[in-house]
Design a protein around this ligand. Structure first.
Ligand SMILES: C[S@@+](CC[C@H](N)C(=O)[O-])C[C@H]1O[C@@H](n2cnc3c(N)ncnc32)[C@H](O)[C@@H]1O
Length: 253
């Protein structure tokens, strides 16, 4: 629980990622000075990042590689929640090919602008970016074969709304692949109450069981954790984990 107001959290998040999009902040998940610029942290180890411009790599602000285990197929439609500078959208765009389609959604105008200019530079015709909130996705019901997200749901003060929306835009039989920050213990209350620490993907991290239960409550099935690693050595953040979770929407909807 936090004593911060949702609108204060959202404002802090928007400010941080606007600054990041325009190059003013060098890191995202964790304090700026604590982490080297991504992808040096090994998040995309083994992924084919060739051909992605420096602007895409430097804006990368995730805590995992959600397309790595998503088994994306040619022709699939993918929706990325909180697409940032677009790195996962571009990787997904390559995997689904010209007959597929990727929609990145982000609430920060500067990130959308950066992602669109990256798409133009890459001539990524099958990738588009829409400005909007992941609690009210600007995407029609049953659009997506796959939902991906990388270190974003932890930033939302209304995670139930995010998962309800993800469920709505997935087609029956669709899959969800998320990398996110979660807890295997607790955080100091001062961190949970600080909107700036939320914006660093820390303050809004929830206990893993609560997070997974929210997915079940939204209707997802076969919710499972595939990877989990400790993320920070900062005192107070011992319980913080980067977790890769997947789930499905059953064929019955
Ligand atoms: C930690 S960054 C991750 C960006 C991207 N997924 C990546 O891996 O590089 C979080 C992004 O999510 C966006 N975001 C955070 N909360 C959001 C919300 N409630 N609705 C839409 N976008 C949001 C931010 O603007 C930011 O671009």
């Amino acid at each position: 629980m936090t004593t911060s107001k949702p609108q204060d959290i959202k404002r802090a998040v928007r400010e941080r990622y606007a600054a990041r999009a325009t190059g003013a902040v060098s890191a995202c998940c964790g304090p700026a000075e604590a982490a080297p610029p991504t992808p040096a942290r090994g998040v995309y180890l083994g992924a084919d990042l060739s051909g992605l411009p420096g602007e895409v790599l430097l804006a990368s602000a995730g805590c995992g590689n959600p397309t790595a285990l998503a088994d994306l197929k040619s022709g699939e439609t993918v929706v990325d929640l909180g697409s940032g500078g677009g790195i996962d959208c571009f990787l997904a765009g390559r995997a689904v090919g010209p007959s597929g389609h990727v929609i990145g959604v982000d609430m920060t105008p500067q990130m959308i602008e950066l992602a669109r200019s990256n798409a133009q530079r890459l001539k990524a015709a099958n990738v588009e970016f829409r400005q909007g909130e992941i609690e009210a996705l600007p995407v029609q019901d049953g659009t997506a074969d796959v939902i991906i997200s990388n270190c974003v749901v932890c930033l939302s003060p209304d995670k139930d709304a995010v998962f309800r929306e993800a469920f709505r835009v997935l087609r029956p039989g669709g899959r969800l692949h998320i990398s996110d920050m979660m807890l295997v213990g607790d955080l100091p209350q001062a961190i949970k109450d600080d909107p700036k620490r939320w914006a660093e993907c820390v303050g809004g991290a929830e206990p893993k069981e609560e997070y997974l239960a929210r997915l079940g409550k939204a209707g997802f099935q076969r919710v499972s954790v595939k990877e989990e690693r400790r993320y920070s050595s900062e005192p107070g953040l011992e319980a913080l984990r980067s977790v890769y979770v997947r789930a499905v929407k059953s064929l019955n909807g």
